[in-house]
Design a protein around this ligand. Structure first.
Ligand code: ZN
Ligand code: ZN
Ligand code: ZN
Length: 374
């Protein structure tokens, strides 16, 4: 626990430093990942206001509904608690803490309710509101050692489910996508996840829809099945971190076109992983994966970015996409998940989470990358 408090104190210091660089007077953190990242406390998505008022200088105060206050973990004095009762006005409390607002610049959580922002704007005339992510996202994107440990534990747990899938222990032929999705979800929970975020099962032609909602289609011999699943995993009583893995399996011997296409996909994923190193841009990693698929004449069938950052949120910075010239640094964590999708026929995707190390990518998922035949 002291390690976590130490890590959070360091994050708070870096946040305040960046607020100074960007001229932000206070952060106003409500729903979303910034608050748990800094304090260990995740606000429930209630209409009642939860708001960490974090001035660049001065005491940080967490305005929290009184009935939620018992859930706030110890912050060793980093944050003062200001519980509000049902008859108090929490917006007035926040405005009182902030003082005269004219020309002040506030960064509010990207995921805060619009109703909270509108009420704050009405109470703080003359203040300028910006997205808190301008301050927090680049910092949150670079994981410290406790976060990497949590992502690694989450990935291991998801890997154990992928191993079961590839072993054939989860029956596929003759069962609906929804049944297989349930089995993957149960596996994630049994492997220690606190919550399942998604368990996509796209069989046959449904595999060509990257975020297919698993349904009643019954899986048949000859299908390829895209299985993309992940959840939230809690290590050492900390805030949960996410897992996310995709493996595509073949039900019965696949035809030549499926095999050839999979060879392209595998090469693209491997090339992108190999391209990762400090100093390389996120968009370069996307370009490397895309080049392999395009050179095989399949570029038009790779219809999404190569990856996304991962942490407390399933999707966060850095995005591995054309146009993102963020230079990778040690500690960036993201997915590498190229896919190839033939509408109406079949699709495939291969996804691992990697962390940037001094010498290149450190894959957190390590299960078999080949097209396993079940
Ligand atoms: Zn996705
Ligand atoms: Zn995924
Ligand atoms: Zn993903």
């Amino acid at each position: 626990m002291t390690d976590q408090l130490g890590a959070r104190a360091q994050r708070l210091e870096r946040v305040r430093g960046r607020m100074g660089e960007l001229g932000v007077d206070a952060l106003l953190l409500s729903h979303g990942a910034d608050l748990p990242w800094l304090t260990g406390y995740r606000a429930m998505p209630l209409e009642r206001l939860t708001l960490l008022v974090l001035p660049r200088d001065g005491e940080a105060v967490l305005i929290v509904p009184a009935l939620e206050a018992p859930r706030v973990p110890d912050t060793a004095g980093m944050v003062a608690l200001c519980p509000w009762s049902e008859t108090e006005d929490p917006i007035a409390l926040a405005a009182g803490l902030l003082g005269p607002a004219r020309h002040a610049v506030y960064g509010i959580s990207d995921r805060a309710w619009a109703q909270s922002l509108l009420a704050l704007q009405a109470s703080l005339p003359g203040a300028q509101f910006e997205a808190a992510s301008r301050v927090t996202s680049p910092l949150r994107a670079v994981k410290d050692s406790s976060e990497i440990a949590a992502l690694r534990a989450a990935a291991r747990a998801a890997d154990s489910v992928a191993v079961v899938l590839q072993s054939g222990e989860i029956p596929l032929a003759g069962r609906s996508e929804a049944q297989v999705s349930d089995a993957l979800s149960m596996g994630l929970l049994a492997a220690g996840h606190r919550r399942v975020n998604f368990a996509i099962v796209g069989s046959g032609p449904n595999g060509a829809s990257p975020h297919h909602e698993p349904g009643e289609r019954v899986i048949e011999p000859g299908d390829t099945v895209v299985c993309d699943f992940g959840g939230e995993y809690v290590l050492h009583d900390d805030v949960g971190y996410c897992s996310d893995i995709t493996r595509t399996v073949a039900v019965g011997e696949p035809g030549a076109q499926v095999r050839d296409t999979y060879a392209v996909l595998l090469a693209a994923q491997q090339a992108a992983v190999d391209a990762v190193r400090p100093g390389v841009t996120a968009e370069h990693v996307d370009a490397v994966a895309r080049a392999v698929i395009t050179e095989a004449g399949l570029g038009e069938y790779f219809i999404h970015r190569t990856g996304h950052g991962i942490g407390i949120e399933e999707h966060e910075d850095p995005y591995v996409v054309a146009g993102n010239d963020t230079a990778l640094v040690v500690g960036h964590a993201f997915s590498i998940e190229p896919g190839i999708y033939f509408p109406g026929r079949f699709g495939m995707r291969l996804e691992d989470i990697v962390v940037v190390g001094e010498d290149g990518a450190i894959p957190l998922n390590t299960v078999d990358h080949s097209l396993v035949v079940i």
